[in-house]
Design a binder for this molecule. Sequence first.
Ligand code: SAM
Length: 298
Amino acid sequence: IIISVLIRHQTMDTLKNNWFTETCELWPGGTFSIEVKEVLHSEKSEYQDIHVFDTKHFGKVLVLDGIIQCTEKDEFSYQEMISFLPLCCHKNPEKVLIVGGGDGGVAREVAKHPLVKEIVQVEIDAKVIEVSKKYLPFMAVGFDSPKLTLHVGDGFEFMKNHSQEFDVIITDSSDPVGPAVSLFQENYFALMKSALKPNGIVCSQAGTVWNDLELVSNTLKICKNQFPSATYAYASVPTYPSGQIGFVIGSLDKDIVFDQPQLIFSEEDEKAMNLRYYSSAIHKAAFVLPTFVKHRLA
Ligand code: SAM
């Protein structure tokens, strides 16, 4: 997995004639390009290359190591789904840990859930937080939540020092290259398991079924090795490769029914929480997999 993602990493990151192109040998014969109005920020942090673009059709765009992390137009889909799927699978998600998520979007969503009292976040790269606060305030607003305690550090190392503490752990990491490699390994899932309270739930960004079915399958296998219940759900995000992204979700509750949300939101609730993608109906649908995926992940 790591080698294949390294290939992807080396072959992208081009900005020509005001078009940013995310190219990839893993996705032969096709690529995604965005027309850029202005490069707002470029730097190399201790961990990765950070770019922020202003674009014609997708608003502000955050790119790390040549890979699009989020765009103003569609980020809500990813942030709502990686947050509300695990939160609503849990009966009482009072204390939540976010690993990664340096743009602040997941903290913004988790803070909306009425049962969440405390959020802890650990992001490895202070520069991503700083840049997001400056250029991406629509996501970085998450850092203003009074529920949140933010740490700068490695999520893998952080997990070693926490036991039976969290109801839900959300890993909003970049792809398995550079600092995020450890967050896709089995010993990370074992550490998360120890950091959970009884019946706790984990949810990790886990790639797309069209380009990375191998990654999805391996991550789910690792999760199943550690958790009595595990599954994969997905959302549509047009600016991710192939327009789709998925999440591996594991639970310590062996009887959990993932596609039945514990808390059902009315349309008024959804409006009040400014939910634009997640709904109780979408929750149920997100676990219904295309036949070829179902067979591969069985
Ligand atoms: N939505 C995005 C995606 O899947 O494309 C992920 C966005 S978020 C910006 C990813 C964050 O994970 C980055 O800010 C990166 O610095 C952080 N990260 C990577 N490895 C990490 C680690 N080991 N511990 C904590 N944070 C990490």
